[in-house]
Design a protein around this ligand. Structure first.
Ligand SMILES: *Cc1c(COP(=O)(O)O)cnc(C)c1O
Length: 597
């Protein structure tokens, strides 16, 4: 089989910016409807029909049909004012065109409306979900025969799923240690206990002849949290302040929500400083773990990010895992490792192919280390080109997937049958996203020859844009590095103060907003990004006289950037627009202009 080029993938697997694939899509949608209607007609064929209606109802029926068709028309008309995110001009958010396998897979499943909460309400949908999760597991570097997971409404809930499980695990270990301390009078070492690992847990469990019923009384999850905290304080001889969550400063706001939802308290949410590349700083991470240890506070989980929401940065996931695996061996600390790969997880599809070179060695290593995590978040509704709402949560194996109270057997526990309801935060769940992922995996594929080829091209498009703009407009200052297919830039003359540059970038954003030609977004990199902001400003000799950097953000995930003629046309138009905005609407300031506030 000859390998598909990016433009061949675009021509085959997407509707086309000018609806180039209209005929084919209509035919496939019709085939999906044929199958659905034939299934219905064939199944209970001898049951009486609801037609015909008595004659006097025929007029009523026609009237109602006309109403439906009029209102549907109205709805379709209204929707034409919707954000045209199918177009590459729409580059403000992590939202782009839907792929055809995703759209058709979603449609085919949705017609049957399975509810993946149980096998009974989703005989086929649950199997499709299993297979689709295996495909994602494979791409992410998990062993597909071991990995577990399910689809969620998005990355936010998938991140919550991780916190839920990490808390379950930590709570078990700490409860057991509290039991031992209270029964033997040995002082409790909270930090060591909370990271003891299942092997040690099992041997202590056996040695003390414990039962679930007993351990429940020592659990801050199964019993009363303030009461158990008080006893932990007593047993350890110091006030127990609860666990901390370590999340890099480039975090998505879903982590703050998680701290709030799980009642951890925002204080327990410790931000890991970023280096001057905007990535998790390993030394800062190490410092926080030792601070937690010194304060007798367990680390509930260590989060790293593959593809940050603001700038697409990829943390040194390999370095973090090296460190934590060394600590596991040398110190026996088992700290839950979660990778928030909501955006960047699909970039793993480049690994192992020729396009891996597009990433460079460091990023390839970081992405290649995702599969060493305890759990992973990935959003098919971002770089998977799948309809909303479709996120996914995966764990390395069944043991890490388990979450339950004490009253169910939880050791060496195989996956809990086919029914997911007890292990998902959400109740009823659609099979639409799973089917969209499944059909994408079975056609385009999640490897280097499939979606990897396309995503590599989105990174090249981002670079092409950056090079073209830099050549013509030296006052456009791109944030470096740019790991994925997102760029951020500010505008600044040589030596311009940050405050002045921020004002002008802001005005440029307003100009974009009123022009309609391209939809871009704006981001402000604040104190978490201090080192990176200082480096950015220093590159053009500016002064960092404000503590946040305002940037225009452009996401190049749209598949149609892979079409050379369209790309050249759009990049040129973008440059012309920048020139016009910069010349007319944004008078340049001199370097020694003082900010007026
Ligand atoms: C988008 C995103 C999320 C949240 O995902 P939703 O699907 O919007 O809930 C979490 N983390 C990162 C890094 C993201 O990019």
């Amino acid at each position: 089989m000859t390998e598909l080029t990016p433009s061949a993938i675009v021509a085959t697997y997407f509707p086309g910016p000018q609806s180039e694939n209209e005929v084919g899509v209509r035919a496939e949608v019709e085939a999906v409807l044929d199958s659905w209607f034939n299934w219905r007609k064939g199944l209970f064929a001898s049951d009486p029909t609801t037609a015909p209606l008595p004659d006097q109802n025929a007029e009523v029926l026609r009237r109602e049909h006309r109403l439906l068709s009029r209102r549907l028309n109205e709805l379709c008309e209204a929707l034409t004012a919707e954000t045209p995110s199918y177009s590459p001009r729409s580059m403000g958010h992590m939202k782009a065109e839907l792929s055809l396998p995703a759209l058709l897979g979603w449609l085919a499943a949705t017609l049957h409306n399975p509810n993946n909460t149980t096998r009974e309400s989703s005989k086929v949908g649950t199997l499709i979900e299993r297979e689709a999760i295996s495909m994602l597991a494979d791409m992410l570097g998990y062993d597909r025969s071991q990995a577990q997971g399910h689809f969620t409404s998005g990355g936010t809930v998938a991140n919550f799923e991780a916190v839920w499980r990490a808390r379950y695990r930590l709570d078990h270990w700490l409860s057991l240690a509290l039991f031992i301390s209270e029964t033997t009078g040995e002082p409790l070492d909270v930090f060591a206990a909370a990271h003891m690992g299942w092997d040690r847990f099992r041997s202590l469990w056996g040695a003390h002849g414990l039962t679930d019923d007993v351990l429940r009384r020592y659990s801050a999850v199964a019993s009363n949290p303030p009461e158990v905290f008080r006893r932990i304080s007593q047993a350890s001889g110091r006030a127990y302040l609860g666990p901390v969550v370590l999340v890099p400063g480039n975090k998505h706001y879903s982590w703050r929500k998680a701290a709030s939802v799980f009642g951890l308290g925002e204080e327990s949410f410790w931000s890991i400083a970023l280096d001057d590349q905007g990535r998790l700083d390993l030394t800062a991470f190490e410092g926080l773990v030792f601070r937690a240890k010194a304060e007798g506070r367990p680390v509930l989980m260590a989060v790293s990010v593959a593809g940050t929401t603001e700038t697409g940065e990829i943390d040194p996931i390999d370095g973090l895992h090296d460190l934590l695996e060394r600590w596991e061996q040398e110190r026996g600390w088992r700290i839950w490792r979660h990778v928030d790969a909501a955006y960047g997880g699909f970039l793993c599809s480049l690994l192992g192919g020729l396009d891996e070179a597009v990433l460079g060695i460091d990023l390839a290593r970081a992405l290649g280390a995702i599969g060493r995590a305890d759990s992973i978040t990935i959003d098919p509704h971002k770089l998977g080109y799948v309809p909303y709402a479709c996120g996914a949560f995966l764990t390395r194996d069944a043991g890490r997937y388990v979450v339950s109270a004490f009253d169910a057997p939880y050791l060496d526990r195989p996956e809990m049958g086919q029914d997911k309801w007890s292990s998902t935060l959400e109740g009823s769940r659609s099979a639409g996203g799973a089917a969209a992922v499944w059909l994408t995996g079975k056609t385009l594929g999640f490897g280097p020859a499939g979606i990897g080829t396309l995503l590599a091209e989105t990174i090249r498009s981002r670079r092409h844009f950056q090079a073209a703009v830099s050549r013509e407009l030296p006052f456009v200052r791109f944030l470096e590095p740019s790991d994925a297919n997102i760029v951020c830039f500010s505008i600044a003359e040589d030596g311009e103060a940050l405050s002045s540059s921020n004002r002008r970038t802001e005005a440029l954003f307003e100009a974009f907003r009123t022009s309609d030609a391209f939809a871009v977004s704006r981001t402000r990199l604040g104190v978490d990004y201090l080192a990176q902001v200082e480096r950015h400003v220093a590159r053009y000799g500016g002064a960092a006289d404000e503590d946040s950097l305002t940037m225009i953000r452009c996401v190049f995930m749209n598949p149609y950037w892979a079409a050379p003629a369209l790309r050249d046309h759009l990049v040129q138009e973008y440059i012309e627009l920048l020139k016009r905005f910069a010349n007319q609407d944004l008078p340049m300031t001199t370097p020694d202009d003082k900010p007026d506030d």
